[in-house]
Design a protein around this ligand. Structure first.
Ligand SMILES: C[S@@+](CC[C@H](N)C(=O)[O-])C[C@H]1O[C@@H](n2cnc3c(N)ncnc32)[C@H](O)[C@@H]1O
Length: 342
């Protein structure tokens, strides 16, 4: 028993943080499903960087400032996902300038830019999260992380809690690929740790999990089958079998209503959903707990249960979006511009 617990602990410790991973810029994205994102992003970045286009940048973005996380879109900044192109390369592309891009496309670009921002729970936050969620987890249920990034939550949950399966759905191919690599490395570490045991563990050997559940050695032996990463859009994912849907939804603000609709329609009654920062306001969800920022994580964590019939429910109130005052937003953007081109 102690031997398998040791293997489990080794595996848990081997999961690395991904918060500061090197973002892969979208060099090859033109022509792919992200082509429009890159094209509009380059037009915006050009307007942000070129002094003669500053006023255009401000005029076009101001009406949509509620969609921008931190006043200046991540995509136009150095750490963004857009490729670094020389002015010649940019001119060679011959794409639209900012004033040729309609408002509707600009608005969608800002939603996309926000949701592609990366963030993760720190190890202590993940530990806090598992501690509060563990009493609600039904052993043998399925867990899903919608927007799973580099896979830390999926892999950690598969080890720490008695889920039959853990699935991550991630839109960006490079993040999905990194999650797959991490999973392969974890499996290799598991194989090595198991091979180092004096004798192979029996599948039904009792195994105590870190947050109180008791299971057996298959929990580790079957890890390969219990975890799955999907490269795709969360809006197209099949969530019908999920017992817990996790979302690090801090950058999903404008998508929360759509996500709530999808989950209300597709999840079984009794399924759990947890979100960060933004509540799920659809009336098909009952709030079970709300953990204020600074308790479980730096931001608020919400826990919901899917309840009741959908028929006859009132429409969901719109999710909360913060709109900074116009003058404060503009002042901040101008400061960023001056720092770039004094
Ligand atoms: C804040 S990160 C969280 C990563 C991971 N869940 C964690 O907590 O460690 C959110 C992830 O959602 C992904 N994402 C955004 N929109 C998505 C969509 N429509 N479908 C799937 N993934 C999406 C982003 O690319 C990003 O990697």
């Amino acid at each position: 028993m102690a031997a398998m617990a040791g293997v489990l602990e080794t595996l848990q410790r081997s999961i690395e943080d991904g918060e500061h991973h090197t973002r892969q810029q979208m060099e090859a994205a033109l022509g792919s499903q992200f082509g429009r994102y890159v094209e509009i992003g380059l037009a915006l970045r050009e307007a942000f960087e070129r002094p003669e286009l500053r006023e255009t940048f401000i005029r076009r973005l101001k009406p949509f400032r509620r969609l921008i996380i931190g006043n200046l879109p991540a995509g136009v900044q150095r750490h963004g996902l857009l490729p670094a192109l020389s002015p010649q390369q940019r001119a060679g592309l011959g794409h639209r300038r900012l004033d040729d891009i309609p408002d509707s496309e600009l608005e969608q670009w800002l939603v996309d830019d926000g949701r592609l921002i990366y963030g993760e729970f720190k190890p202590q936050e993940l530990h806090n999260y598992f501690t509060v969620i563990a009493p609600h987890v039904k052993p043998g249920s399925a867990m899903m992380d919608l927007g799973s990034g580099l896979g830390k939550v999926v892999l950690s949950a598969a080890l720490a809690l008695p889920f039959a399966s853990c699935t991550g759905v991630e839109l960006l191919p490079y993040r999905h690929a990194m999650a797959q690599q991490r999973f392969s490395a974890l499996l290799a570490a598991g194989d090595a740790a198991l091979a180092a045991l004096p004798s192979p563990p029996a599948p039904d050997e009792v195994l105590h999990l870190p947050y109180g559940a008791v299971t057996d050695a298959r929990h580790v032996l079957d890890l390969r089958e219990r975890v799955r990463f999907v490269n795709g859009d969360l809006f197209e994912a099949d969530v019908s079998q999920a017992g817990l849907v996790f979302m690090y939804s801090t950058c999903f603000a404008p998508l929360m209503d759509r996500i709530g609709e999808k989950l209300a329609r597709e999840l079984r009654q009794g399924a759990l959903v947890s979100t960060t920062t933004f509540p799920l306001k659809h009336p098909a969800f009952r709030e079970m707990a709300q953990f204020q920022s600074g308790t479980v994580a730096w931001t608020t964590v919400f826990l919901y249960e899917r309840t009741g019939e959908l028929d006859g429910l009132p429409p969901a109130p719109p999710a909360y979006l913060y709109e900074p005052p116009e003058d404060r937003w503009e002042k901040d953007v101008r400061e960023h511009m001056s720092a770039l081109n004094p």
